[in-house]
Each structure stands twice: as structure tokens, then as C-alpha cells.
Design a protein around this ligand. Structure first.
Ligand code: PGA
Length: 241
């Protein structure tokens, strides 16, 4: 059975007070949300501890936005899996295009981070996707198949979420057509032996397009940036119809 997962990626937004304010406003909005929908908030590192205390035992799961592959060591500025696990982090985003684009993340380091997350019983959300240039050149399928092949070396397919995030659709308001997202996600699924992996769509997901996205047979959820920053907006996404 494929699990439906709606995850918010707050990126570098919200201090501790703002994070708690969000949670307070968001919780009542999901009182009647179907239990089968997993809800995840991927907060900045500095908010994880207070959020974990606040969310403890509830239905909202906690996510981080990066994880280092070593368990400890001289890696200034990095966070180890054990540190995240101690706080009670359930998910971690790995290989987001912003990490790949601005922070030198490669398929090799993505692979290391995926394995580190699994070692610490944290479910990684692996992001893959093509640039506009690659799409226009007809390379979308090849780019994604190549990312999956490299990123997933020795990665357990049983504890994994994948997010298809076309880079040109992230933060641009330019959503990928729902049928096209469904098609690419179908191709991603073909590459996996485990057909039960949750595969999300990400890229300008909003309250007004979530219903159409979730109506697609291959799409098992969404990774939401901008529209997850407001509790009412993210609640509408989680409560898609
Ligand atoms: P967006 O971001 O929803 O603001 O386009 C999505 C993401 O980066 O995961």
C-alpha cells in the first residue's frame, strides 16, 4: 500500500516562535483530516527541538532539511543523523535542487546522506528533477533515471520517499501540468522494484492546484515550499479533495 504524504518544506524560514505559532494555528485545521494522510513539517534545524516537544505523540511528523553522512567529526556546519534522531526527527529532505545548485551537492553526496538517514531510522525524502534547459532538450527522462541510478546505490527501497521536483517549477508559480507530473512519476516508479514507494510531486503546489495533482493515479503526495508557510494554506493542501 502506498502511503500518502503531504510535507511542508519551510526552507530557511521561521524562527522558533514563528514555528510554534504555525503549529498552534495549523493543528485545529487538521482535526478531521483522514488518518491515512501523513503530515510532515520540515523545519529549520533551530526549530526542531521546540517543535518536537510540541508535536510529541501527535499526528504531525517532524522533518529536517539536511543530514551529514558521518556520525560525528570535523565537519563544521553539518548535522549528524544521531543528532536528528535524538530530537525525534522522522523524515529528512535529501538532494533538494537548492542544495544541488547552491551548496555543491552531488549524486554521490546525496547517496551518502540517504544511507546515513536510513542508518538512523529517519526516512529520507529524495528530490529529483530536471532543469528547464534539460526539459526543452528532451532529456527529462534520462536525467531523472540517471539521478535515481546514482542516488539510490545500496539504498533500502523500503524506507524511502521520492519527490519529483522539476526545477523550473520550484518557487516560480509555474506548476508542472498534473498529467505530465503523473507521467514522469510513473517513469520513476518503473525504475523501482518496490512499487510501494511513496512518490510525491513538488513545485509550486498551492491550495488551488492540489486537488488536480492528488487526483492523478501515480502521485502519492506533495512536497510544498512557499504554500506551506501559512497554516491555512498548508491545511487546505493537506485537506485536498
Ligand atoms: P515551492 O517549493 O512549493 O515553493 O515551489 C517546493 C520545494 O522546493 O520543495
Amino acid at each position: 500500500m502506498r502511503k500518502i504524504i503531504l510535507a511542508g518544506n519551510w526552507k530557511m524560514h521561521k524562527n522558533q516562535a514563528e514555528s510554534l505559532e504555525f503549529v498552534q494555528a495549523f493543528k485545529p485545521e487538521i482535526d478531521n483530516t483522514d488518518e491515512s494522510r501523513e503530515i510532515v513539517l520540515c523545519a529549520p534545524f533551530t526549530s526542531l527541538t521546540v517543535m518536537s516537544k510540541n508535536l510529541h505523540g501527535g499526528r504531525i511528523k517532524l522533518g529536517a532539511q539536511n543530514i551529514h553522512w558521518e556520525d560525528k567529526g570535523a565537519y563544521t556546519g553539518e548535522i549528524a543523523g544521531g543528532m536528528l534522531a535524538e530530537i525525534g526527527v522522522d523524515y529528512v529532505i535529501v538532494g533538494h535542487s537548492e542544495r544541488r545548485q547552491y551548496f555543491g551537492e552531488t549524486d554521490e553526496t546525496v547517496n551518502f546522506r540517504l544511507k546515513a538517514a536510513q542508518r538512523h531510522h529517519i526516512i529520507p525524502i529524495l528530490c529529483v528533477g530536471e532543469t528547464k534547459q534539460q526539459r526543452d532538450a528532451g532529456e527529462t527522462e534520462n536525467v531523472i533515471i540517471d539521478q535515481l541510478k546514482k542516488d539510490l546505490v545500496d539504498v533500502d527501497r523500503g524506507n524511502l520517499v521520492i519527490a519529483y521536483e522539476p526545477i523550473w517549477a520550484i518557487g516560480t508559480g509555474d506548476t508542472c501540468d498534473a498529467n505530465e507530473a503523473n507521467r514522469v512519476i510513473g517513469i520513476i516508479r518503473q525504475q523501482l522494484d518496490n512499487k510501494d514507494v511513496t512518490i510525491q510531486y513538488g513545485g509550486s503546489v498551492k491550495p488551488d492546484n492540489i486537488d488536480e495533482i492528488m487526483a492523478q493515479p501515480e502521485i502519492d503526495g506533495a512536497l510544498v515550499g512557499g504554500a506551506s508557510l501559512d497554516p491555512i494554506s498548508f491545511a487546505r493542501i493537506v485537506n485536498y479533495q
